[in-house]
Structure formats: structure tokens, C-alpha cells
Design a protein around this ligand. Structure first.
Ligand SMILES: CC(=O)N[C@H]1[C@@H](OP(=O)(O)OP(=O)(O)OC[C@H]2O[C@@H](n3ccc(=O)[nH]c3=O)[C@H](O)[C@@H]2O)O[C@H](CO)[C@@H](O)[C@@H]1O
Ligand SMILES: C=C(OP(=O)(O)O)C(=O)O
Length: 422
């Protein structure tokens, strides 16, 4: 088990570079098997989710070569293989192999995905989408078996009950090679979905309307990658460093960002009184003065991202007065950080589906556990703020999605290390 050890209380300063978006990357890697030619992805983050997806690709004889931030994927010798358990459970996005295998082979046998423990995460909308395209979906021994009819998948109109990121992407992956037109209504609008559409369209797919609530797909027979694809920057990683800079920063410049992707988040941070200056693709966070408490409500994009409510919490704790209320409408039970922050002396409680936060003058180091990736990011920032030593167990959950985090924080002057502990 990985442990993150932090000696807090030191001001951080300097420059940090944001990696490629985890939630794009984990869709682009499964999407690569739709290509009949080798694929090159640039700006790939060094995160455990990528390692696990590469292991899943190797089970299907897809070769990967990952150097620096360039990942070459060669699916030319791919064979259809069931992906029943093991690595499938290590991340959420392994479910994209359902759509990708169905699109490529007309059949997918994939175990139920893992991922963060943030409350119930059903996949009924994914299944509804596959069935609308003509596939038969069976649930056997903790595996989903999805089979296209002999004549292949056929385009359909699919009305999602909610704008699910995963269902939108999975349906896109299956529909790009289906016969005829597919329309996804009430589609998710996240930037990562646009990134995936750019990748697919550059391989010959015809996907229109991503970023709006209606996506139209005209099925094509064959996809071929012809040019490298550069992944968009990770807006959640960027938001995490903004919270870090506003709590323990003494002037931090965050490079490789797309400001528009952070609009709702920056609006809240600025409402608190944090001063930032945006340049072309970087953002400078000034050392924070007295901060005002604010209320936060998470929503689907372009609303405030659920993945940023926990990383922003240490910033709310450092407000001068008032009561902060967080309402996470996507995952109301995403509260695993609360008992851990309480161990550090934070005045924070979960009540019904709300999180109540009161200013906490000083956090103290403690032994805490990162139950999931963003709870971990929250505890990491709290540890950097706190007096004394903080030991975060289950730190592998942080490494699942934060690119070279130890190196980046050390470079800013933070006293942080990640060790193997048993
Ligand atoms: C790999 C990836 O991109 N993960 C992100 C993705 O997760 P993920 O794709 O799993 O999240 P969804 O957008 O699908 O979920 C949104 C909401 O819809 C519900 N739902 C979803 C699908 C379904 O079939 N039925 C159903 O009820 C979920 O329980 C949740 O309440 O979007 C989440 C919401 O922004 C983020 O927190 C995750 O970081
Ligand atoms: C919930 C998250 O990830 P995943 O969907 O991969 O579990 C996240 O990135 O915050």
C-alpha cells in the first residue's frame, strides 16, 4: 500500500504544469482499439489508471509503448478477449471497453467496473444505449455480456435519463461504426467528450454536436488513425492546484490550462476573494488574503464539477467567518473526506445530503486515509496546510489520477513523499 507523508506548514511557490486530462485519457485508450492502424496519444498523464488500461490492452495483444508523455498503441494484432475481472476492477473507466469492443467486434464480455467509492454508480443508461443500438445485454457471474445482432449494430435515437458522461461516451464508442444515424439526447457536455469526438473524427468517424445536449453520429465502416492526438489539459488537476495555491501558495503559476473549462470553479474561487491572473494558457494565483465563505452546489458541466468539491474544501476551511454549505447533486454521498478532516481538527460535518463547513484556524497533522481520489487530493492539501506530520494511507487512490504529484509538489517546495508501506 502506498502512503503519502507530508510535513505541512511551508509556503509553496513557483510553477506547475498540468498533465493531460485523466477522464479524456481513460476514454481515448479504449477508443484506440477502434482504429485499424497504430494510434499515438500525446500529453498522456503518468497515472495508475493509464498503467491499468495498458495491462488490459495487453490481455488483447494490443502493444503499447509509453515514453515520457507519448503513448503509442498498436491494435493491429488485437484479438477479442473477455475482460472479466482483475484490472477491470481497478478503475471505473474500464467500462469503456464495453462500447469499444462492441464497436470493433460486435461482442464484449467485461466485468463490472471498479472506481471510486462515492456512492451508487449504476450503468443502466449505458445498457439502455447498447440495447437501443440492437445489442443483447446479459448479466452473468458479475460480467456483462453484450452481443450485437448478426447484421450488426443499427443507429437509434437514445434519450438519456441524465447527462451521464460514461453513458454518452460508451454509446459514442459503439455507435461510430453502427449502420446509420445515432442521436444521443440529453448527452453530457464535458470537454472530455469533445476531446474524444475530435480523436474519433480524425480517424474518419462522423460525430457532430459534442458540447451540446444533442450528439449526432453517422456510422462509418472503418476507422484509421493517421495523426497523433494531443489530450486536453486536466481541468480537475488544475482546479486542485488552484485550491492548493490559494491555501498554501506564496505565488504559484499553473501552466497548461484551458480557462473556459474552469469557469464555474474559478467563479467560486474568485467569489471567496482569491486573486488570479489568466494569461494565454496559464493562470497565476496570488498569495491569498482574507477569504470569504461561499456556498457550493455541484452540477453536470458547465456547472461546478463534483470532482472539485473535495479539493476545494480546505480552501473553504480557511475562510475567515460564516458557514459554508456544499451540496453535491451528482454524488450526495461523496463525503469520505469528512471523518478524515475531522481527525485533523477541521470543523466540518455531513448532514443529510449537505456538507457543513466552518472556518478552522489551524489544521493539525494526523494519520488519515484516502478512500478515493478526490478525498485524497483534499487530504493532501489539508496536510500541506497543517502543522506537523500527516500520513495519508491508501495514497494509491491519489496516484490513480494525479500526474507525477510528488515531483510537482516537491518542485513547489512542499515536503512530501510517497512510500510503499505494508
Ligand atoms: C472516468 C470518468 O470520466 N469519470 C467521471 C464521470 O464518471 P461517470 O461517467 O461514472 O459519471 P456519470 O456522468 O455517468 O454519472 C452522473 C450521475 O448519473 C448517475 N448515473 C450514471 C449512469 C447511469 O447509467 N445511471 C445513473 O444513474 C450516476 O450515479 C451519477 O449520479 O463523471 C463523473 C461526474 O461528473 C465524475 O465524477 C467522474 O470523474
Ligand atoms: C470519480 C472519479 O473518477 P472515476 O470515475 O474514474 O472513479 C474522479 O476522477 O473524481
Amino acid at each position: 500500500m502506498k502512503q503519502m507523508i507530508i510535513h505541512g506548514g511551508k509556503p509553496l511557490k513557483g510553477d506547475v504544469w498540468i498533465g493531460g486530462a485523466k477522464n479524456s485519457t481513460v476514454a481515448l485508450i479504449p477508443a484506440s482499439i477502434l482504429s485499424r492502424t497504430p494510434v499515438t496519444l500525446e500529453g498522456v498523464p503518468r497515472i495508475a489508471d493509464v498503467d491499468n488500461l495498458m495491462d488490459l490492452l495487453s490481455e488483447m495483444d494490443v502493444k503499447c509503448d509509453f515514453q515520457e508523455t507519448t503513448l503509442k498503441i498498436n491494435p493491429e494484432d488485437i484479438h477479442m478477449s473477455p475482460l472479466p475481472a482483475g484490472k477491470i476492477k481497478s478503475l471505473r473507466a474500464s467500462y469503456y471497453f464495453m462500447g469499444a469492443l462492441l464497436g470493433r467486434f460486435g461482442k464484449a464480455v467485461v466485468g463490472f467496473p471498479g472506481g471510486d467509492d462515492i456512492g451508487p454508480r449504476p450503468i443502466d443508461q449505458h445498457i439502455k444505449g447498447f440495447e437501443a443500438l440492437g445489442a443483447t445485454v446479459k448479466n452473468q457471474n458479475d460480467q456483462i455480456i453484450i452481443t450485437a445482432p448478426t447484421e450488426g449494430l443499427k443507429g437509434a435515437v437514445i434519450d438519456l435519463a441524465m447527462p451521464s458522461v460514461g453513458a454518452t461516451i460508451n454509446i459514442m464508442l459503439a455507435a461510430v461504426t453502427a449502420k446509420g444515424q445515432t442521436i444521443i439526447n440529453n448527452a453530457a457536455k464535458e470537454p472530455e467528450i469533445i476531446d474524444l469526438a475530435t480523436f474519433l473524427n480524425n480517424m474518419g468517424a462522423v460525430v457532430r454536436g459534442t458540447g451540446t445536449e444533442t450528439i449526432r453520429i453517422e456510422g462509418v465502416a472503418r476507422l484509421e488513425s493517421k495523426a497523433p492526438h494531443t489530450i486536453i489539459p486536466d481541468r480537475i488537476e488544475a482546479g486542485t492546484y488552484i485550491a492548493l495555491a490559494a491555501t498554501v501558495g506564496n505565488g504559484i503559476r499553473i501552466h497548461n490550462i484551458i480557462e473556459e473549462h474552469l469557469d464555474s470553479y474559478l467563479a467560486k474561487v474568485e467569489e471567496m476573494g482569491v486573486v488570479t491572473k489568466v494569461d494565454e494558457d496559464s493562470l497565476y494565483v496570488y498569495p491569498a488574503g482574507d477569504l470569504k465563505m461561499v456556498q457550493v452546489r455541484t452540477d453536470p458541466y458547465p456547472g461546478f464539477a463534483t470532482d472539485l468539491q473535495q479539493p476545494m474544501t480546505p480552501l473553504l476551511l480557511s475562510a475567515k467567518s460564516g458557514e459554508g454549505i456544499i451540496s453535491d447533486t451528482i454524488y450526495p454521498k461523496r463525503v469520505g473526506h469528512i471523518p478524515e478532516l475531522q481527525k485533523m481538527g477541521a470543523d466540518i460535518q455531513a448532514e443529510d445530503n449537505f456538507i457543513l463547513i466552518h472556518p478552522t484556524a489551524e489544521l493539525k497533522g494526523a494519520h488519515v486515509s484516502a478512500g478515493e481520489i478526490r478525498a485524497g487530493a483534499c487530504l493532501m492539501i489539508a496536510g500541506l496546510m497543517a502543522k506537523g506530520e500527516t500520513v495519508i494511507s491508501n495514497a494509491g487512490n491519489i496516484l490513480r489520477g494525479y500526474d507525477r504529484v510528488e515531483e510537482k509538489i516537491k518542485k513547489l517546495g512542499g515536503d512530501i513523499s510517497v512510500i510503499d508501506a505494508n
